[in-house]
Design a binder for this molecule. Structure first.
Ligand SMILES: N[C@@H](CCC(=O)N[C@@H](CS)C(=O)NCC(=O)O)C(=O)O
Length: 211
């Protein structure tokens, strides 16, 4: 399976982390969307030219949340990561769409400002705080964001919290989030070193874009 990706790209990270969790061997095709040659190669498989893009035996999937679903449905040993039961699945979807519709972008924009020492508006931080409060609520009486079991929603929301962690966001008032965030590290092999690379690569990109 080929994965067109860049580790600094937030939508790529949940896919990489889920693949590691599942023990999948991916052929990592490092792709910078700022490099015209890489972009041309990406356009040949994905006319929308976004990363992540997965190519599995000729079948092309893009949009990170669609890739998470595809990998879990096709390669997980059971349906716990992406439950078949419609009631349980609807909770996973709600968490995923919360991240996709609001939280991922809010956290990414905040950390992008932080890493280049630019101010983040109070209004923007209020939006981030609202998102953190919502996840704290998800985790009240639940070890994982969609309930008793680890699901693909944990991987996507985890990446949003990795962005907040990069900006030293204080989670003291959110004990459930803090506990869950630490626990997620046990589900993703090689997480620590990868997060260091993510920070370095993202900072380098932002510095070059803000010159
Ligand atoms: N909603 C998409 C967003 C993907 C996305 O926009 N990725 C950026 C890199 S972080 C990209 O590929 N930009 C290049 C482009 O849109 O041409 C997903 O979740 O996969």
């Amino acid at each position: 399976m080929d994965l067109y990706y860049h580790i600094r790209s937030a939508p790529c990270q949940p896919v990489v982390f889920l693949a590691r969790h599942l023990g999948l061997e991916l052929n990592h095709k490092v792709t910078s969307v700022y490099d015209p040659k890489d972009l041309e190669a990406l356009k040949k498989v994905n006319p929308q030219h976004t990363i992540p893009t997965l190519v599995d035996n000729g079948h092309v999937v893009w949009e990170s949340y669609a890739i998470l679903i595809y990998l879990a449905e096709k390669y997980a040993q059971d349906d716990s990561l992406y439950p078949k039961n419609p009631t349980e699945r609807s909770v996973v979807h709600q968490r995923l769409f919360f991240d996709s519709g609001m939280f991922q972008m809010a956290t990414l924009q905040a950390v992008s400002q932080y890493l280049v020492n630019k101010p983040i508006s109070e209004e923007h931080m209020a939006k981030v705080k609202r998102g953190v409060e919502i996840v704290e609520m998800y985790l009240t009486n639940s070890p994982y964001v969609a309930g008793q079991k680890l699901t693909i929603a944990d991987f996507s929301i985890f990446v949003s919290f990795c962005s907040l962690d990069m900006m030293k966001y204080d989670l003291t008032a959110y004990p459930n989030v803090a506990r869950w965030f630490a626990k997620m590290g046990t589900h993703i092999p090689e997480l620590g070193p990868t997060r260091k690379v993510i920070r370095k690569e993202l900072k380098a990109l932002l510095d070059s874009l803000n010159k």
